[in-house]
Design a protein. Structure first.
Length: 158
């Protein structure tokens, strides 16, 4: 066996590597183009924000309860894109006075938050009994194609 001749013969190596590289490039291009053709590329930026909210419940026996919702930490969220939804109707409370529009869902913008919902932002709702109610903070993307529940609170009897 002649080792010099064995090491000197590398004719088949270059064409094989060339074919493998061409196939890999074709597969990668097809995957990228397919992602955008199917519309999956538009959803990359529509991921739910990471945020933590706390709920401070005040049971006012004999009168309507109050619930204060506070953004504790995490991503700042556009106030138009985040809603407080409930299994019962509620009023937004401003300066201790209900706004008079009972609904089961209101955006933070509807409750007086004019800019982004950031850490420390809070809203107060009330004018109903919340013992058996469930509240959710729901985020919806700008396009409306994605939504997620960021936090959930249930009353003591729920």
């Amino acid at each position: 066996m002649n080792f010099k001749q064995l090491l000197a013969e590398d004719d088949a190596v270059s064409p094989v590597i060339g074919v493998i590289l061409m196939v890999a490039i074709t597969v990668i291009l097809a995957a990228v183009i397919g992602t955008f053709v199917l519309g999956l590329g538009d959803q990359v930026g529509d991921t739910a924000p990471q945020a933590s909210f706390s709920f401070d419940y005040q049971d006012a026996s004999g009168s309507p309860d109050n619930l204060t919702v506070t953004h504790d930490s995490g991503t700042a969220i556009d106030s138009e894109n985040v809603k407080l939804t409930a299994s019962t109707n509620f009023d937004f409370i401003t300066s201790g006075t209900p706004d008079g529009t009972m609904n089961s869902s209101k955006s933070f913008a509807d409750m007086g938050v004019s800019d982004d919902v950031t850490a420390g932002t809070s809203v107060q709702v009330g004018n109903n009994t919340f013992n058996s109610a469930t509240f959710r903070i729901v985020w919806t993307s700008e396009s409306g194609s994605n939504s997620a529940t960021l936090q959930k609170w249930s009353g003591p009897d729920a």
